[in-house]
Design a protein around this ligand. Structure first.
Ligand SMILES: Cc1cc2nc3c(=O)[nH]c(=O)nc-3n(C[C@H](O)[C@H](O)[C@H](O)COP(=O)(O)OP(=O)(O)OC[C@H]3O[C@@H](n4cnc5c(N)ncnc54)[C@H](O)[C@@H]3O)c2cc1C
Length: 475
């Protein structure tokens, strides 16, 4: 008799955040690194591939494994240590951005890099090397990771820092869960002197104006992000509302110290203090399904003029960063087909031409994104980086339940990808569902792909770690 632990995987539907891709998988939720190691051994014994999954916030198939095994790390969620003097946190991988700021903000620290939702996990944030609205200034999430422990599929636990294991450190961050499971991470946060930011809205009349504002302000602003109404055409193509936010200096906002109370940072559960926000998505569903998205975008754009006139104003960090968390389950408005996001990263010199072409082509194809978000980026030192010295435009497309229309959206995205890649652009796998395998070396360059495959062969020679994304791209 052996005392091998009994591992019971559960059959579940595992989809991307956008619900449009994914499928049935056997899921396990370990609570310790030992259980992860045992799960790897069990998967190997069964001859099955395993996908790592954090909070499941990647829009596409980065954390799904149709017909295979999924290790959901959301139950490894202990925040092991937080140093109130330095702002350095030590976390298990399932600790979320929300868990982190709830611990840090009372001590006057805020995570250096956060995504548009606070639900993402530390493991998922590092494995995708996420970016925030300050990517142009502070860089990517990986740049605030001091160290991590990587449990490889063969059961080795490797402590990685920039100095001790530089190649593995720079390949596993941004390596979309292909080299091992991060079981413990050491993360730096940044000092804040108020629980609020000074926010200004600026109306941008077209895409060129938006890009000009990004260039004019990026030397001084802490955060810049523009919402785009992608229904605008001709002279109004790429019109939108830029938001600039700046941290407040010591003493600049005496009342702001009160907002370092974590309960004042969370997004409120009710609209106007009364209507539960969980009830809002059906109204949004109606707007999507009766073709009123253009009108909603136009109204939002017009409302921007008032907001710009009333700027600047003070807003909590939580309210500024996590707008998308205001309406729980908002993605359900795209049911039954779901949604995909397409986020090209374009070098600065090609920005206006490529983004204009991408928007025009989507409009001409009759697939107008219901949401567009423009950001400024800077390069980072990670092997599988998606960053460029330039811009990204995240475009959210509702997916039709009709196969012919779904197929035509996939074709459109592949054609748009051609325009982006020909201009030296890149893609971000947290936001992808449509790229072809032939695009993988074009995104990163043949050299980087060869180096990544060498790391994969070294740490996971049996290719135990796979996802629907990694198979689609032929990683
Ligand atoms: C509403 C919304 C807004 C968003 N806004 C932004 C944004 O502003 N900027 C941005 O960059 N992204 C954004 N994202 C995308 C999101 O930040 C990324 O997809 C992130 O990776 C999600 O983290 P997760 O914990 O959900 O990971 P998952 O989506 O579950 O997994 C992501 C990847 O990480 C791997 N992984 C997970 N855990 C581990 C681990 N412990 N060790 C090794 N690999 C692991 C998985 O295999 C997978 O490849 C947004 C997503 C949503 C839903």
């Amino acid at each position: 008799m052996t005392d091998t632990p009994v591992i019971s995987w559960r059959d579940e539907d595992v989809r991307g955040f956008g619900m449009a891709v994914g499928g049935r998988a056997q899921v396990l939720r370990p609570t310790t690194a030992e259980q992860v190691a045992a799960a790897f051994a069990d998967a190997r014994a069964r001859g099955k591939a395993v996908a790592l999954r954090g909070a499941g916030c990647s829009y596409g198939d980065a954390a799904t494994n149709n017909g295979g095994l999924v290790l959901d790390l959301s139950h490894m969620n202990r925040l092991l240590d937080f140093d109130p003097a330095t702002g350095v946190a030590v976390c298990e991988p399932g600790v979320t951005v929300r868990d982190l700021w709830r611990r840090s903000v009372a001590h006057g620290f805020w995570p250096r890099v956060v995504s548009g939702t606070m639900a993402v996990s530390m493991g998922g944030a590092a494995a995708m090397n996420i970016h925030g609205k300050n990517n142009f200034a502070l860089g990517s999430f990986g740049e605030c990771v001091r160290s991590f422990d990587l449990l490889t599929p063969r059961g080795e636990l490797v402590h990685c820092t920039r100095a001790s294991a530089p190649d593995l450190f720079h390949a596993a961050i941004g390596g979309f869960g292909m080299l091992g499971c991060m079981t413990r991470l050491e993360i730096e946060t940044k000092r804040v002197h108020s629980g609020r930011l000074r926010v200004s809205a600026i109306v941008a009349k077209d895409i060129e104006h938006n890009l000009q504002i990004l260039e004019d302000m990026r030397g001084e602003a802490d955060y810049l992000v523009s919402w785009l109404d992608l229904h605008g055409k001709g002279a109004e193509l790429g019109r939108g509302l830029m938001h600039r936010a700046d941290q407040l200096r010591p003493g600049e906002d005496p009342d702001g110290l009160r907002f370092l109370d974590p309960t004042l940072q969370d997004v409120p559960p009710n609209l106007f203090g009364v209507v539960p926000k969980g009830w809002l998505w059906p109204g949004m569903w109606a707007a999507v399904h009766v073709g009123q998205v253009g009108l909603v975008n136009w109204l939002k754009f017009r409302a921007g003029f008032t907001e710009a006139r009333n700027s600047p104003y003070l807003q909590t960090h939580g309210a500024f960063h996590f707008l998308l968390d205001y309406v729980p389950r908002w993605q359900w408005m795209t049911k039954p087909g779901g949604l995909i996001q397409f986020q090209p990263f374009v070098p600065k010199a090609e920005g206006a031409r490529v983004l204009r072409a991408v928007i025009e082509k989507s409009q001409a194809a009759g697939h107008v994104p219901y949401l567009g978000v423009l950001k400024r980026h800077r390069p980072d030192p990670f092997l599988m980086t998606h960053a460029v010295d330039g811009y990204s435009l995240a475009m959210d497309f509702a997916v039709s339940a009709r196969k012919s229309r779904r197929d035509s959206l996939w074709r459109l995205c592949q054609e748009l990808a051609e325009i982006v890649l020909a201009a030296g652009g890149r893609f971000y796998y947290a936001k992808d569902a449509t790229l072809l395998a032939s695009s993988f070396p074009r995104v990163h360059g043949e050299g980087a792909v060869a180096a990544f495959r060498a790391q994969k062969a070294k740490w996971d020679p049996d290719r135990l770690l796979q996802t629907d994304l990694s198979r689609r791209l032929g990683v």
